[in-house]
Design a protein around this ligand. Structure first.
Ligand code: SAM
Length: 294
């Protein structure tokens, strides 16, 4: 049986109530609330209203959607609504490509370090730490000093809080083999492992909304932008628009990596898709030969 608040939400859905919320969420975060997620939104609103002790749906909406007064409530709501699923070395072929790309890039006589990498939509940090491990190993393998930094950004404050702590359940570290675990993690609890301080120092995390905050580096361009499993929640035209903007933050030898199939038929001026079909990576046209060699 729907309670009082849920009844109000369901009644209002006929009058565009969901449309107001859905529009606000999409305009502010880019994330689309598809019909199959409306029920989740209704339950979430119901729960939040109960938690804050508000019984009137209009009062709640006016407060939560107010950009200044509702900032905290809005951020909590968004935090609960976003899909933050992630894991270490989530897409293995992409990390293999990163390793090859790093070796090639830092071996070039034109390369001036340090190497700057952006993990965009990094959730609780597994992706950014996986990148840092991959990059450090690749640099050492070609005899370079590991001079690099990884910046992880995400709209979710909660995810960034966890990312900064760098503590993970062993059950969530299936893709981290024993050698990597021993080298980069320390056990800090019964089933808990923490990323070692040396690696944590290489990775910096920021709460940031890609729709409003753009690049995390102000004066520098990035060498690698790694953005996977975030754009899938955005409309296609929005993905295209965002990715076009991302290319502006890339160094002239930079590379942009997306999740496989997240953006089809994207042919931006001056960029070309590189590498094998199992990876969706782009670099500037002058690097075609470099890309094809891989
Ligand atoms: C499914 S997770 C993907 C995590 C990681 N990239 C991976 O592939 O494992 C998507 C992440 O995108 C973040 N996100 C969604 N909209 C965002 C926005 N507008 N700005 C920044 N991050 C956003 C979410 O908070 C979530 O953590």
């Amino acid at each position: 049986m729907a309670n009082q608040v849920e009844r109000q939400i369901l009644q209002r859905s006929d009058f565009g109530y969901f449309d107001i919320w859905k529009t606000a969420i999409e305009e502010r975060t880019g994330v689309q609330i598809t019909p199959d997620r409306e029920r989740a939104l209704s339950l979430l609103l119901n729960r939040r209203m109960t938690e804050v002790g508000c019984l009137d749906i209009d009062d709640y909406m006016n407060e939560a959607l107010d950009v200044i007064r509702g900032a905290k409530e809005w951020s909590d709501l968004v935090d609960s609504l976003l899909v933050k699923e992630t894991s270490f070395f989530r897409h293995r072929p992409s990390f293999e490509f990163v390793s090859q790309w790093v070796k090639q890039t830092v071996s070039s006589k034109h390369f001036v370090g340090p190497l700057w990498v952006w993990s965009l939509g990094c959730s609780s940090g597994e992706e950014a730490y996986s990148l840092a491990i991959t990059i450090e190993r690749a640099m050492l393998e070609v005899g370079r000093k590991p001079r690099f930094g990884v910046i992880g950004t995400d709209i979710s404050r909660d995810a960034i809080f966890h990312a900064r702590r760098g503590i993970y359940r062993k059950s969530k570290m299936a893709a981290v083999d024993e050698a990597t675990c021993g080298e980069y993690f320390t056990q800090v609890g019964k089933q808990l492992w923490r990323v070692n301080a040396d690696l944590r120092r290489r990775v910096c995390f920021l709460t940031s909304n890609i729709l409003t905050d753009k690049s995390p580096l102000i004066r520098r361009k990035l060498h690698l932008i790694y953005c996977q499993n975030m754009l899938v929640y955005f409309r296609r035209w929005k993905r295209r628009e965002l990715v076009n903007q991302l290319t502006e933050h890339l160094d002239s030898n930079g590379c942009l990596m997306l999740g496989l199939g997240e953006l089809n038929n994207w042919n931006p001026h001056g960029f070309t898709r590189v590498a094998a079909r199992s990876v969706q990576a782009y670099s500037r046209v002058k690097n075609i030969e470099q890309g094809e060699a891989q």
